[in-house]
Design a protein around this ligand. Structure first.
Ligand code: NAP
Ligand code: G4F
Length: 355
């Protein structure tokens, strides 16, 4: 049997790195597109690269804003599966760079689909669609039939990409599927997404490098899952016998405030809240020290108040369901941060309290 080969755009990102690991474990040859940057941007891949004994991980320079690179790479490697995970993926920053976000996240997907159509390579394509599509959805929980209402340039660009995937499937018979993934986190999460920002800041506070954590809106709700389980869902979506669109979520929702409380609780701190709006403060009950403040610079011009997914279709058709629940996710992220910072005694496994 010929070995399957996959092309991952965004392989240097959180999801791309977990997906590469999964596919290598499943005996694929894995190709990834990396873009040129002034500093090497492959830290998430270093360990995987070392462990890829069969040397089945191959990186190619390319960019979603450069059609010629996409055509060249597709023709060269002729993958059997393509996972389009590359994006300017930060919702808040998309308000600052809307045109660029539209170019990469929207037109970039079109370029990839068109390269697939023109090269006539028989590959299945997975598109990284997002729960941000629901935006100001009137319905909770959200499933595959819930109408979209994007609330950011990021979400609008992803909406364009979502419908192109559907269109190329219907117009040209391309096996192209959307995974509508709700937020998924891990110790590899980008440092300016709220969960990782919280866990990183806690460690910086413990080390005395940061006085307190600054956040934007605390009462928004997100359906947070664990990224390694979500890349398994992506793979299952492409193994399904026909192209289709699937919601992937935990079906639970929690506020940013709850995430903060649980993360501090893990290091033995109870946060009590005082004040309202921009004057709100999160205070350590034991010492009265201010550990959380509000900075309006992290507010977004339009916010998505609540995301909660219903992934019953994925459960029924893909036999996929989430395992890691909210508290466990928070704990594993803080724990990983403490270990990385040397704040866990590796022999006794005890946490070293510095605060
Ligand atoms: P991430 O960590 O920000 O990774 C994004 C990846 O895209 C990085 O490898 C980045 O490369 C690459 N990239 C950015 N612009 C590019 C361009 N012009 N050409 C080629 N590559 C480019 O994001 P993630 O959390 O892994 O998410 C992966 C995908 O899933 C994204 O499309 C995101 O929008 C979508 N998504 C994520 C979630 C979530 O909760 N994580 C939920 C739903 C959907 P550099 O390393 O060089 O920056
Ligand atoms: O962690 P976030 O930046 O993630 P967001 O906006 O939900 O987007 C992530 O999930 C999407 C799937 O639903 C993906 F499509 C997207 O690519 C990305 O991975 O923010 C979560 C919430 C927001 O409501 C934000 O306003 O946290 C709020 N928040 C409050 N203070 C903050 C902060 N967000 C960030 N990044 N930084 C803050 O200081």
């Amino acid at each position: 049997m010929t070995k399957k080969s996959a092309l991952i755009t965004g392989i240097t990102g959180q999801d791309g790195s977990y997906l590469a690991e999964l596919l290598l474990k499943n005996n694929y040859t894995v190709h990834g597109i990396v873009r040129r940057s002034s500093l090497f941007n492959r830290s998430r891949l270093a360990a995987i690269y070392r462990e890829s004994e069969a040397n089945d991980l191959h990186l190619h320079y390319g960019d979603l804003v450069d059609s010629s690179s996409l055509n060249r790479i597709l023709e060269k490697i002729e993958p059997t599966e393509i996972y389009n995970r590359a994006a300017q993926s930060h919702v808040g920053i998309s308000f600052d760079v809307p045109e660029y976000t539209a170019d990469v996240d929207g037109l970039g997907t079109l370029r990839l689909l068109d390269a697939l159509k023109n090269t006539q390579i028989k590959a299945k394509l997975y598109q990284a669609s997002t729960s941000e599509l629901y935006g100001k959805a009137g319905k909770v929980p959200q499933d595959e039939l819930t109408p979209f209402y994007p609330r950011s340039p990021y979400a609008a660009a992803k909406l364009f990409a979502y419908w192109l995937v559907v269109n190329y499937r219907e117009a040209y018979g391309i096996f192209a599927s959307n995974g509508i993934l709700f937020n998924h986190e891990s110790p590899r999460r980008g440092e300016n997404f709220v969960t990782r920002k919280i866990t990183l800041s806690i460690v910086s506070i413990l080390k005395g490098e940061l006085s307190h954590l600054e956040l934007g809106t605390l009462d928004v709700k997100r359906d947070w899952g664990y990224a390694p389980e979500y890349v398994d869902a992506m793979w299952r979506i492409l193994q399904y016998h026909r192209p289709d669109d699937f919601v992937i979520a935990t079906n639970e929702t929690h506020t940013v405030r709850e995430f903060v409380e649980e993360a501090f609780r893990f290091i033995g701190k109870e946060i009590v809240w005082t004040g309202v709006g921009v004057d709100e403060r999160g205070v350590d009950r034991a010492t009265d020290r201010v550990l959380v403040t509000i900075n309006p610079k992290f507010y977004r011009p339009t916010e998505v108040d609540i995301l909660q997914g219903d992934s019953s279709k994925a459960k029924a058709l893909l036999n996929w369901q989430p395992k890691t629940r909210f508290k466990e996710l928070v704990h594993l992220m803080v724990e990983a941060e403490l270990r990385a910072a040397g704040l866990v005694n590796l022999e006794s496994n005890e946490r070293i309290a510095l605060l």
